[in-house]
Design a protein around this ligand. Structure first.
Ligand SMILES: Nc1ncnc2c1ncn2[C@@H]1O[C@H](COP(=O)(O)OP(=O)(O)OP(=O)(O)O)[C@@H](O)[C@H]1O
Ligand SMILES: [Mg+2]
Length: 363
C-alpha cells in the first residue's frame, strides 16, 4: 500500500495488524466495550476505522476538545448530532427511531437536538439506536476516538448511560480509543467501586509500534507502490531514527516521495516531528502549570531513569527538596497523559521523537 496522509479507512489499505484487526472485529460483536490504546500516531484510528468499515458505525472524534478546558453536555451533543447525521446520510431510516426521543427534531438534512431543558438524554438516544440495530438483526458500533477528552465534561456524566447500555442494550457495542492511556482508564473509572462501570468487562486491544523488520518492510513496500527504488541503508537509518511509529514512517515516506529520497530528508522529518512533539508536550506543561515536568523528561532522557535518579536530578536542577508525594503526582500525570511509561522500576519515554528531543525541550 502507498503512504497515506490520513488515517487508513479500508482493510486492504492496512499494513500488518492482522491480529489486532481480527481481535477488534471479534470484540465488537462479542463484548459491549472495547478499549483501543497505543501511543500517538501508532495507528489506532486506522485500525479502528478499517476494522469497522463494513459495520454500522457511529464515529465520534472528540480530539477537538483536547484544547478545551471543559466540555458541556451541549458540546458533546453537537458532536453526536453530526455523527448521527452523517450515519443517517447512509441509512435514513435511523431518523425514524431517533425522532421518538424527547428533545430530538427532524430536519431536511437530519436531526437536531434541543439544547434547553428538554435536551435529549444520552440513554434515550442509545435506546433508540439499539432498537434500530435490533430490528435489523445488526450490532451498531459506537466509536469514541480520543475518548479520554470526555473526562472534562462538566454537569453531565456519560458513564451511567454507557453502563446502562452495557447492561441492557445488546445491539450496541462501544469502542473507546485513546493515546492518553492512563486518562482513558481514569475517564472510564474501571477501578473505582463507585463508578457506574466498575466491574464491567472491557476488552483491551493494544496497538504497538512495528518492530524493526516490519518498519523497514512498511517503508520498502510504500516506496515500491509509489514506483521508487530505495537503498536499504536509507530504510535502516530511517527506522533507526523514527522507530516503528507508522505515522512518522508514513510522514517520511510522503515527504521523500515528494522531494526525492535523500538522507537529509530523514533529518528534516526528525526535526519537524520534534517540533510537533515538543509543542504538544509544552501545551501539556502549560495546562498543568509546572515546568517541573520539563525537568523530569530531561532526567529520564534517552536512557530512562529510576525514581531516585529522577528525584536527585530534580533536586540538583531546582536547588530545592522535592517531596515524594509531589514527585509521585508529577510522574502519574506524565504517565496518564502518555508521555512516560514504566517498566522494571525504570521510567522511560515511549515516543521515539520525544525521547530524542527531550534533552533540548524548552517550554
Ligand atoms: N496499518 C497501517 N497501514 C498503513 N498506514 C497506516 C497504518 N496505521 C497508520 N497508518 C498511517 O499512519 C498515520 C497515523 O495513523 P493514525 O491516525 O491511524 O494513528 P493514531 O494512532 O490514531 O494517531 P493519533 O495518536 O495522532 O490519533 C496515518 O497517516 C495513517 O495513514
Ligand atoms: Mg487517532
Amino acid at each position: 500500500m502507498p503512504f497515506f496522509e490520513r488515517p487508513v479507512e479500508r482493510p486492504e489499505e492496512l499494513f500488518d495488524r492482522e491480529r489486532e484487526f481480527e481481535d477488534l472485529r471479534r470484540s465488537v460483536v462479542s463484548h459491549a466495550i472495547t478499549v483501543v490504546v497505543g501511543v500517538r500516531r501508532v495507528g489506532k484510528t486506522s485500525l479502528v476505522r478499517a476494522s469497522t468499515f463494513d459495520l454500522p458505525r457511529i464515529y465520534l472524534d472528540v480530539r477537538k476538545f483536547e484544547e478545551s478546558r471543559y466540555i458541556t453536555y451541549g458540546m458533546f451533543l453537537e458532536e453526536l448530532r453530526k455523527s448521527l447525521n452523517s450515519f443517517a446520510s447512509l441509512d435514513r431510516k435511523i431518523i425514524d427511531y431517533l425522532k421518538t426521543v424527547r428533545g430530538v427534531r427532524v430536519f431536511e438534512f437530519g436531526v437536531e437536538f434541543s439544547l434547553d431543558r428538554s435536551r435529549p438524554l444520552l440513554t434515550s438516544i442509545l435506546e433508540s439506536l439499539d432498537r434500530w440495530a435490533g430490528d435489523r438483526g445488526k450490532r451498531l458500533v459506537i466509536v469514541v476516538d480520543e475518548a479520554q477528552e470526555l473526562i472534562k465534561m462538566k454537569g453531565y456524566d456519560v458513564l451511567p448511560a454507557i453502563a446502562y447500555a452495557y447492561d441492557n442494550l445488546r445491539n450496541i457495542s462501544f469502542v473507546f480509543a485513546g493515546s492518553k492511556i492512563g486518562l482513558l482508564y481514569r475517564f472510564l473509572r474501571v477501578d473505582d467501586p463507585s463508578s457506574p462501570l466498575y466491574g464491567r468487562y472491557m476488552e483491551r486491544i493494544e496497538v504497538r509500534p512495528l518492530d524493526k523488520e516490519k518498519s523497514i518492510e512498511f517503508l520498502r513496500k510504500g516506496f515500491e507502490e509509489h514506483g521508487i527504488k530505495v537503498e536499504e541503508s536509507f530504510l535502516v537509518e530511517a527506522v533507526e531514527r523514527l522507530d516503528g511509529i507508522i505515522g512518522w514512517l508514513s510522514y517520511l515516506g510522503l515527504k521523500a516521495v515528494g522531494r526525492g529520497v535523500h538522507k537529509a530528508v530523514i533529518e528534516e522529518v526528525v526535526e519537524e516531528a520534534s517540533k510537533i512533539v515538543a509543542n504538544e508536550f509544552c501545551k501539556f506543561v502549560e495546562a498543568m502549570g509546572s515546568k517541573r515536568y520539563v525537568e523530569i523528561v530531561k532526567a529520564i532522557d534517552r536512557e530512562g531513569a529510576t525514581w531516585s535518579q529522577i528525584k536527585r536530578y530534580l533536586e540538583i536542577k531546582l536547588g530545592t527538596k522535592i517531596y515524594d508525594s509531589e514527585l509521585a503526582r508529577l510522574l502519574k500525570n506524565l504517565m496518564n497523559n502518555g508521555f512516560i511509561d514504566k517498566a522494571n522500576d525504570t521510567y522511560f519515554i515511549p515516543d521515539p521523537i520525544l525521547r530524542h528531543t527531550a534533552r533540548d525541550i524548552q517550554c
